[in-house]
Ligand binder design. Structure first.
Ligand code: SF4
Length: 332
């Protein structure tokens, strides 16, 4: 047991100032990931600053017709929100496919984005892991790599990001509101998470002490209202994605040509993966199975596989195609 101090922040500014001033302090949201890590010895903060009771618990429409989701909104509440279900079904589905009901009742929007990889070596302090202990090595390279990355990995880390919610948000072009010691800033969700490179210990671009205060969805459209999320996993519930796909398609009714496409992948990379190459192939192409296969192939052409995870490439290809086919058939 490592002793730690617990503080409940009176407001966001106090929370940020407290954590920014202490390298050994961290924010505590729902705690569903952090507390596990403290028990396992993966994390040993000396101060927890509780931000779960800050006034970031609302889902509100923005003046432009989008949706602003407070960082402390629980995953269950967000999944059940009528505007999310009607306007952004990919997000509702992604949330409901994550974790268990009990965990979703506790986990927060901000915490979900910041959850850490479930690489088994990261969670086992007896093994080398560059993410947990920089410079110690990577036990997954040459080890058990069945759940690991096929896109964007490095020689220092091949872990994948575990969030379902983040994949749904990425396909919906969400932005993230952040408060730091130097003030507030907004960044696209696509820029929040990092690839591992030579510093896999850093999951995001956030500085120490920066607090996520909200996530914002742009105005809904016919495309976002028909968006969807599919997750492939090893059992029917309470399992992380082997591969997941969030997608939305805008197809011209007369010509059958794709006007716009959004595709994001989970379970394949160190960060939620925007499938920009696939989107480029889809735009202007007929909404046919052949186009969907070409798009998936373009995205996965850069995949690098290992002994245990080669199955992810055909799995991702087939899941992309199936999701795009479902979206096309649903509009008929
Ligand atoms: Fe650690 Fe990343 Fe290697 Fe897993 S893949 S052992 S998280 S460095």
């Amino acid at each position: 047991m490592i002793p730690f101090e617990y503080r409940r922040a009176a407001d966001a500014q106090e929370a940020v100032a407290t954590v920014a001033a202490r390298p050994d302090a961290v924010f505590l949201g729902g705690g569903t990931n952090l507390v596990d890590h403290m028990k396992l010895g993966v994390a040993a903060p000396h101060m927890l600053v509780d931000v779960s009771r800050l006034p970031f618990t609302e889902v509100e429409e923005t003046p432009g017709g989008g949706l602003r989701v407070g960082a402390a909104v629980r995953n269950s509440d967000l999944a059940a929100h009528p505007l999310v279900r009607q306007r952004y079904p990919a997000l509702a589905r992604a949330l409901l496919s994550g974790a268990s009901g009990q965990l979703r009742n506790t986990a927060t929007t901000g915490g979900n984005l910041l959850q850490r990889t479930r690489c088994r070596y990261f969670q086992d302090v007896t093994t080398p892991c560059n993410k947990r202990e920089p410079g110690s090595g990577c036990a997954a390279i040459g080890g058990w790599d069945r759940h690991h990355a096929v896109l964007g990995a490095s020689e220092h880390c091949i872990a994948v990001h575990p969030s379902d919610m983040a994949v749904g948000l990425l396909a919906l072009d969400a932005t993230v509101h952040v408060l730091g010691a130097d003030g507030a800033r907004t960044l696209p969700l696509a820029d929040l998470h990092r690839l591992p490179g030579d510093s896999p210990e850093r999951d995001t671009v956030l500085a120490h002490g920066e607090l996520i205060t909200a996530v914002e969805l742009p105005p809904a459209s016919g495309m976002t209202r028909r968006s969807t999320y599919r997750k492939v996993r090893e059992r029917a519930s309470y399992a992380f994605a082997l591969v997941s796909v969030a997608a939305a398609l805008d197809v011209d009714d007369d010509s059958g040509v794709v006007r716009d496409a959004r595709v994001a992948l989970g379970g394949v990379a160190h960060k939620p993966w925007r499938a920009g190459r696939a989107e480029d192939v889809l735009r202007g192409a007929p909404a046919t199975e052949e186009s969907f296969r070409l798009a998936a192939g373009a995205e996965l052409a850069a995949a690098e596989v290992r002994d245990g995870n080669a199955y992810k490439v055909p799995l991702a290809r087939n899941t992309i195609v199936a999701v795009l086919r479902d979206l096309t058939e649903a509009r008929r």
